[in-house]
Design a protein around this ligand. Sequence first.
Ligand SMILES: NC(=O)c1ccc[n+]([C@@H]2O[C@H](COP(=O)([O-])OP(=O)(O)OC[C@H]3O[C@@H](n4cnc5c(N)ncnc54)[C@H](OP(=O)(O)O)[C@@H]3O)[C@@H](O)[C@H]2O)c1
Length: 303
Amino acid sequence: MKRILICGANGLLGQRLALLLSTQTEYEVLSTSHHRSFVHDNRLLDYTQLDITRKGDVKSLVSSFQPTVLINAAAATNVDWCETHREEAWRVNVVGVENLIEAARKVGAKLIHLSTDYVFDGKAGPYSEEDRPNPISYYGKSKLAAENALRIADVPFAILRTIVVYGHGINIKQNFPLWVLKSLQEGKPIRCAKDQISNPTQVSDLALAVIRVFEMNRDGLYHVCGSERLSRYEFALRVAEVFGLDASLISRVLSSDLQQSAPRPMVTGFITLKAESQLGLKLMDTTQGLTLMKRERQTAKDH
Ligand SMILES: NC(=O)c1ccc[n+]([C@@H]2O[C@H](COP(=O)([O-])OP(=O)(O)OC[C@H]3O[C@@H](n4cnc5c(N)ncnc54)[C@H](OP(=O)(O)O)[C@@H]3O)[C@@H](O)[C@H]2O)c1
């Protein structure tokens, strides 16, 4: 039986993985995250608090659970916060990963790690796995440093880079589509960048990609994102369309008008041929992804 340890199981991706994997009898799953309590019912799914920056705690939990696979969905993901809280961001995004590498090596576990399009400078997207990273934000730098730590480590690993992840989740942190949705529902006007272009990713596609990586015993680097490339402004319009909200509240601006603390890579997006062919994925476009999110939100409300 495969023993799977999930770190960051309270996050958007982590909680989806916890749910999908814990319902399969061939896996023994232990979910962990920074917070004391779990977003899911911990009478049904096993949960333990684990701060990945605490080396000793990581070491003892990993050596007692003895995972075959360790999935790291934990990270400091707020790009502007990382820009202004560099030491804390480095501790989670780099030192935390180094702690997981060391612990995984000791028990012979495979480490599956998540990274981002923010490792690129956004001058020449869409990017393939062979393109050269050149991060322009501190978040991007920290995520690239973690990738490099994995590359030189003596452990089996896979890195999945992804872009603007969205979907239904419980108590998830604010993200772009949730902010658009909330603002439009409250009738608040919003300004969205027309010059930030990328491929938003449905969390269920990303979770499936992670699962395929270990089920198919793949390693190395994979680019995983939605099949449609669009600006933040167009993404916001799509949210309005799918959720039946007032699109006239959305205005189109330049990134330079938004005064964000961290610089953003302007044009990213990924070439996903490797992930599609080697992992057998069929990635959703934005309308499909948002429609699924809407259905899942509705189902959660009905229960
Ligand atoms: N979301 C995106 O748009 C996006 C885009 C590209 C790449 N990614 C990457 O995809 C991965 C998953 O992202 P996500 O959207 O699921 O993130 P998320 O919703 O922000 O969740 C991250 C989780 O990490 C946990 N965490 C933070 N610090 C921790 C620590 N010291 N120890 C243990 N857990 C800690 C938090 O746990 P608690 O809630 O328990 O405090 C949080 O639930 C990350 O590696 C991220 O960099 C995300």
